[in-house]
Design a binder for this molecule. Structure first.
Ligand SMILES: O=C[C@H](O)COP(=O)(O)O
Length: 253
């Protein structure tokens, strides 16, 4: 079975003390994970090291950065490089989140550069894609996300692709309380998998984890994750509440 993943994205929330407390509250629950289940905490840069110290002794628990630079190193004030993340022993990094695409004008090309740097350094990218409401209303969401995949992902070798996690996040469902229906989620996840099968192979498509993101909550996670092509979630708001995120972890297949 491919990996089933509950990934928290704290975004720009919580002070250091609050973040520590949240992590402690979640870890204190001692949630059991099976071999194919993974839990990831996407925390702000300043919290990476201590969060990693807390989880790196636990089986199947990891920490992710929420972004990285598309430059290797140098005079890029305020940026954080992949090598810096690697030096902290961080294993995952979220890239191409719609908030970064929208507010920081990240392009598919820049995202592909980040992808290459991450994979080159042995980190696993959580690659986000997803359409805005206007595209969903026009019914062209499949073509829209396929283009995002083509322009950022499809230069990778099949071997490198094995280390990528995809997160499909319809922008209209992020932070809005409006979740894609299970039918909508399953349909587009299956489509993404078919596009990967066509570009690579059925084996590659069957092996890649595709997470759903967009108002995943404790009360809808089980239903969403039960879709055959939904391999867990990338969770924003509900990952900031310990009891809710614990329920979401328990909802993994
Ligand atoms: O990265 C997480 C997504 O943007 C979803 O956020 P949300 O669960 O608050 O809708």
């Amino acid at each position: 079975m491919r990996q089933q993943i509950a990934a928290a994205n704290w975004k720009m929330n919580l002070t250091y003390v609050e973040g520590q407390q949240l992590l402690k509250d979640i870890l204190d629950e001692n949630v059991e994970t099976s071999e194919h289940q993974v839990v990831i905490f996407g925390v702000p840069f300043p919290y990476l090291m201590t969060a990693n110290e807390k989880v790196n002794t636990l089986k199947n628990f990891y920490v992710a950065a929420q972004n990285c630079s598309n430059k290797k190193s140098g005079a890029y004030t305020g940026e954080v490089s992949v090598d810096m993340l690697k030096s902290l022993n961080i294993q995952y990094c979220i890239i191409g989140h719609s908030e970064r695409r929208e507010y920081f004008n990240e392009t598919n090309l820049e995202i592909s550069e980040k992808l290459d740097l991450l994979l080159g350094a042995g980190l696993k990218p959580i690659f986000c894609c997803g359409e805005p409401l206007s595209i969903r209303e026009a019914g062209t969401q499949n073509e829209y996300v396929e283009k995002q995949l083509k322009e950022s992902l499809f230069h990778l070798s099949a071997e490198d692709l094995k280390n990528v996690v995809i997160a499909y996040e319809p922008i209209w469902a992020i932070g809005t309380g409006k979740t894609a229906t299970t039918e909508q989620a399953q349909e587009i996840h299956a489509y993404l998998r078919s596009v990967i099968a066509k570009q690579y192979s059925q084996e590659a498509a069957d092996g890649i984890s595709i997470l759903y993101g967009g108002s995943v909550k404790a009360n809808n996670a089980k239903e969403l994750f039960s879709c055959p092509d939904v391999d867990g979630g990338l969770v924003g708001g509900a990952s900031l509440v310990a009891v809710d995120f614990v329920e979401i972890i328990k909802a993994l297949k």
